[in-house]
Design a protein around this ligand. Structure first.
Ligand SMILES: *Cc1c(COP(=O)(O)O)cnc(C)c1O
Length: 466
């Protein structure tokens, strides 16, 4: 067996000095030991190369291993899937105001729970609840980690050991782990299902209300739609019944928009304000779906119910950190000037991007892409459909533009297309598209002009390497 050089000798070699300076001796030494251990293991299996023990090569391998280890596991990607609020790709992108605000609270102390007026202890919700009330028309508000937490907290605080009445048509599952019946039992509430999958009437709720009823609940169907012979009870009818029977109504809006999206030609969604005006006593919704902010769950509604929710021990466990509050406040403030919203709120800007804009982007990036992927493929600029995502308005699709990549030979070739998809996914800043019908589709909706140069530069670097 070849002689493995001494660890000490390699560590003190000239080539190692810059690595020790950059990563520290501990990491550099550990990386070298791993390298030599691997070599010994390979040698025993008869697979090791003696040249690999060359001092310069060892140092180079240690350097490469350290670079790889230091690379962030959470990385930015190009979202060309066409889904704007892609849960797996981090949902809403935040505007600069929010980023600046987060940087501030990350690097400086802040009045998170300190009342600057009195100099005494404050409540972190106070920083933001007035703004939420102003934008939703609610009496009171509180914020937790996400909307699933908001629903769990509402049920735990108001319906533990009691019954909650929900229509069978609204017992939804949202992305695997969040199912209304499961959340209900976790919160210690008893689910009382009424109606049928396709039709639920006011009298179904009426007949189910009893001594043990704590809450009537409506849930936004988010990621599914039923059509045909259907009937759901409108919120105002349900609220009238609830008031007469002295039971509160909670609505889980899911995405929960603060403005009427129809004014920008997007599909209409009931706003949070309309839901409050429609008679909901409590409304829960996400911060990082249509709202366009950070991951958070907002609970708004009647002051007495919000006070009860805030006193529940789970509120402490589910509370948001300062980063969330710092990001949420500037996003909410944008809603005070609806005339600028389309331009300033990143989510809305992406959802309303003009078709010409996306087509121009597609045409500008196509040559670099073609050069990088090679002659085997053909690229065409095509109309396609984007989705809002995150369960918002599942049946509505947004006309969009993008690139469709196929085999130049015109042959059906799932394998080559899948290989290409993988190559793009393994770029330093991965490019995520979607494969369907023997084509890789790259939707340009989320490739904004500010990112175009980076997208092209990465492809040119790849082309040059090969
Ligand atoms: C998305 C959604 C949730 C979960 O919200 P998160 O913010 O992802 O926790 C709950 N209910 C409905 C109706 C939803 O659409």
């Amino acid at each position: 067996m070849a002689r493995v050089p001494s660890v000490e000798r390699v560590m003190t070699s000239a080539g190692m000095a810059p690595l020790v300076a950059q990563y520290g001796r501990t990491q550099a030494l550990a990386a070298l030991r791993r390298m030599l251990d691997d070599w010994r293991r390979d040698a025993q299996a008869g697979r090791a190369l003696v040249e690999a023990l060359d001092e310069a090569r060892l140092v180079q391998s240690v350097g490469a291993a350290l670079v790889e280890r230091e690379r962030s596991r959470i990385r930015s990607v190009f979202n060309l899937t066409g889904t704007v609020l892609h849960t797996n790709l981090g949902r809403a992108l935040l505007p600069d105001e929010a980023v600046q605000s987060v940087v501030e609270v990350l690097t400086r102390p802040a009045n998170l729970e300190f009342d600057l007026a009195s100099g005494s202890r404050g409540d972190r919700d106070d920083l933001i609840d007035d703004l939420i009330c102003e934008l939703t028309g609610a009496e009171a508000a509180t914020v937790v980690n996400n909307n699933a937490a908001a629903v769990l907290l509402v049920l735990s605080a108001l319906a533990s050991k009691k019954e909650v009445i929900v229509s069978r048509g609204e017992l939804v599952e949202i992305g695997g782990a969040f199912r209304i019946p499961d959340i209900m039992s976790r919160a210690g509430a008893r689910l009382r299902e009424v109606g049928t999958t396709n039709r639920t009437h006011l009298k179904d709720y009426d007949e189910a209300i009893g001594e043990r009823t704590a809450l009537l609940m409506k849930v936004h169907c988010s990621n599914y739609a039923i059509s045909g012979f259907t009937k759901e009870v409108a919120l105002n009818e349900l609220a009238t019944l609830a008031k007469a029977r002295r039971v509160p109504v909670a609505v889980d809006l899911g995405s929960g928009t603060l403005v009427d999206l129809a004014q920008w030609g997007l599909p209409r969604e009931t706003t949070v304000r309309e839901t409050i005006e429609g008679g909901a006593d409590l409304v829960t919704f996400s911060g990082d779906k249509l709202l366009g902010g950070p991951q958070a769950g907002l609970i708004v509604g009647r002051a007495d119910l919000i006070a009860k929710i805030k006193k529940h021990p789970l509120k402490r466990a589910l509370r948001v950190g300062k980063l969330t509050l710092a990001a949420l406040e500037p996003v909410l403030r944008l809603y005070r000037a609806p005339e600028f919203l389309r331009e300033r709120l990143t989510t809305l800007r992406l959802l309303t991007r003009p078709a010409d804009d996306m087509r121009n982007t597609a045409e500008r990036v196509a040559p670099a892409l073609l050069h990088a992927i090679g002659e085997e493929f053909s690229i065409t600029v095509e109309p396609m459909f984007s989705q809002i995502g995150s369960g918002a308005l599942p049946v509505d699709v947004l006309p969009s533009y993008g690139l469709a990549i196929r085999l130049a030979s015109g042959k059906r070739a799932g394998r080559q297309i899948n290989r290409l998809e993988k190559i793009l996914r393994e770029l330093p800043r991965p490019v995520i598209g979607r494969v369907a019908d023997d084509a890789l589709r790259l939707d340009m909706r989320c490739l904004e002009p500010a990112d175009e140069a980076a997208f092209i530069a990465q492809l040119q670097a790849k082309g040059a390497r090969e």
